[in-house]
Design a protein. Structure first.
Length: 134
């Protein structure tokens, strides 16, 4: 297997209290520790849409998603779960437009029909001209 999925739980080493504890095992992320015991983590989920840029400031007792407002640290686990549910629902309502690469099958079919008709017309003209010259 090329990788593992895991249920991230980050605990305070001194108190044993969970800072981040998530319910399922589809998350992927690695904390980058900062001064003061905080961390920054790009967190994604394998079967839900979206990703979170999470910054935890332990000294301030807060966290934030990206450049968003600071929120209380005790809400972190619930907010991460809720945010992934929200992003997944949003992605299902507005799926990304997939670009088409090259012409569609119907366009290709019409092109082949046109080429076939052109070759057939050339062949008929050539045969007609050959018989006419006799």
């Amino acid at each position: 297997m090329s990788h593992e999925t895991w249920t991230p739980t980050i605990e305070d080493a001194a108190t044993g209290k969970a800072i981040l504890s998530l319910a399922d095992n589809g998350f992927d992320g690695r904390p980058a520790w900062t001064k003061g015991g905080g961390f920054r983590m790009y967190l994604r989920h394998y079967w839900r849409a979206g990703a979170l840029d999470l910054t935890v400031d332990r000294a301030a007792g807060s966290f934030r998603f990206g450049d968003g407002p600071a929120e209380p640290l005790d809400m972190l686990s619930a907010r991460v779960e809720a945010e992934f549910v929200r992003m997944d629902a949003e992605a299902r309502r507005n799926p990304p437009v997939r670009p088409t690469i090259g012409p569609s099958r119907s366009t290709l079919l019409w092109r082949w029909i046109a080429i076939f008709c052109g070759v057939a017309a050339f062949f008929v003209a050539f045969v007609s001209f050959a018989f006419w010259r006799r």
